[in-house]
Write a protein that binds this ligand. Structure first.
Ligand code: GUN
Ligand code: FE
Length: 416
């Protein structure tokens, strides 16, 4: 791949505490990787952005593809009712290829024009339509993981798998999706209430056999947590169940993690398990406000996530806004949970923080994958010409979260 430069106002975060920026700069890309950011033109072929903002691609650490078609509905119910009344009936439709074709096309299209470049996605129990989903994500210029969901208990008949079928289908899924270059399989036990101990053990062996990452839900909602205590009386806490089955570590994403106790915080921090902070969903489903400052201070790996359709947006800019917003509410009600997040911190979590799950993405440091998003913010040059590049990014993120991005690159390849 030839070397080239993108000319514009370049903004990124290498640490959570501050932005780096070079206005009127050149983002220099060679062989799909970031080579440098410079004020001088290095003489490569140059893509002009006409003074647009150039930022790293964002990572959505947790979202449900089959829930996109009903995103924005039933947002006045709590988690378990919402799952039983709306989510499970919707997911039941994904045994039907025609419906999946229509709904997954819309989902992939929405991501294609968004600032997101990396995703870790839940499908449904239906292997064949999850394979279709992976193809659509790959064609939409995304990279990351997608999982066939496993469920063998406490679910409606039409989503309850026989344990041995669930295991066999998971292996078929893994074997049939190896033709995709960018979207890879991830083991996806839905959450403890919907997976028997036998299924968890089998998934853990499959994970070791194929050396695959894992994703699930943890400590999201109080009624769910009480239920897990009843189902697993032997466990010290909810996170201990996943530990017991070998499902924590740097290759593991635990969505939500709103209500971690101090032992669980230590366990997630010491294992390097990723927390997918989903503030929009946590509001909509009355789950609570995760104390992200505490988790950061404990050294946890954290990324941000839409959790479509618990979250009612596919835009990571709106998630950044919500992460800052809920952290202020939490602090206002309980100062001991630590100071609110700054915009730079939320942006860092959405870019380099969550991005580190996928490798080197989300920053413009040398050697990072050239995952790049170009934003047309001409509005700010008219209304707020005095703003610095990083302030223009904040202005854009809050005002134009759902606007299609102007251009997008994945590993140096133009995808939009
Ligand atoms: N816990 C188990 N399944 C789900 C789901 O689909 N969405 C959310 N938000 N939480 C869950
Ligand atoms: Fe979820």
């Amino acid at each position: 791949m030839a070397a080239f430069s993108i000319h514009g106002d370049i903004v990124w975060t290498e640490t959570k505490d501050s932005f780096r920026s070079i206005e009127n700069g050149y983002l220099n890309i060679k062989d799909g990787k970031i080579e440098s950011v410079s004020s001088e033109n290095p003489g490569y072929e140059t893509i002009e952005t006409d003074g647009a903002l150039v930022i790293p691609g964002l990572s959505d650490l947790h979202l449900h593809a089959p829930q996109y078609a009903f995103m924005g509905l039933y947002m006045d119910e709590e988690l378990l009712d919402w799952l039983n009344n709306h989510t499970f009936p919707e997911e039941g439709k994904y045994g039907n290829m025609e419906y999946a074709e229509k709904a997954y096309s819309a989902f992939a299209d929405a991501l294609r024009t968004s600032p997101t470049t990396r995703v870790s996605v839940f499908g449904t129990i239906h292997t064949d339509t999850v394979l279709l989903l992976m193809k659509k994500l790959e064609n939409a210029g995304l990279s990351g993981f997608a999982g066939k969901v496993n469920m063998d208990r406490n679910s409606p008949d039409y989503l309850t798998e026989d344990t041995s079928v669930s295991v066999k289908e998971t292996e078929r899924f893994i074997n049939e999706c190896n033709s995709f270059a960018e979207i890879k399989p991830i083991i996806t036990p839905r959450f403890v209430p919907s997976c028997s101990d036998g299924l968890m053990e089998a998934l853990s062996s499959i994970r070791k056999k194929y050396n695959l990452p894992v994703q699930s839900h943890l400590d999201e909602n109080l009624s769910e947590i009480d239920w897990v205590k009843e189902l697993c009386p032997w466990s010290r806490n909810y996170a201990d169940v996943y530990r017991h089955f070998g499902m924590l570590g740097e290759e593991s994403i635990m969505a939500h993690s709103v209500w971690l106790d101090s032992a669980e915080i230590d366990l997630l921090a010491s294992t390097g398990t990723y927390i997918a902070h989903s503030p929009s969903s946590n509001m909509n489903l009355s789950s609570g406000i995760a104390p992200i400052r505490r988790y950061l201070e404990a050294g946890c790996n954290i990324g941000l996530a839409t959790d479509v359709a618990g979250g009612s947006t596919i835009s990571m800019f709106r998630i950044i806004e919500d992460a800052v917003g809920v952290s202020k509410l939490r602090w206002r009600f309980d100062e001991k949970s630590g100071s609110p997040l700054k915009f730079s911190e939320a942006f860092y979590l959405a870019s380099k923080g969550g991005g580190s799950f996928f490798g080197k993405t989300g920053s413009f440091e040398k050697g990072y994958d050239a995952d790049v998003v170009v934003l047309d913010d001409t509005e700010s040059t008219v209304l707020r010409p005095e703003l610095s590049a990083e302030k223009r990014l904040e202005y854009y993120a809050y005002r134009h979260a759902d606007k299609p991005v102007k251009a997008k690159f994945l590993k140096g390849k133009r995808v939009l």
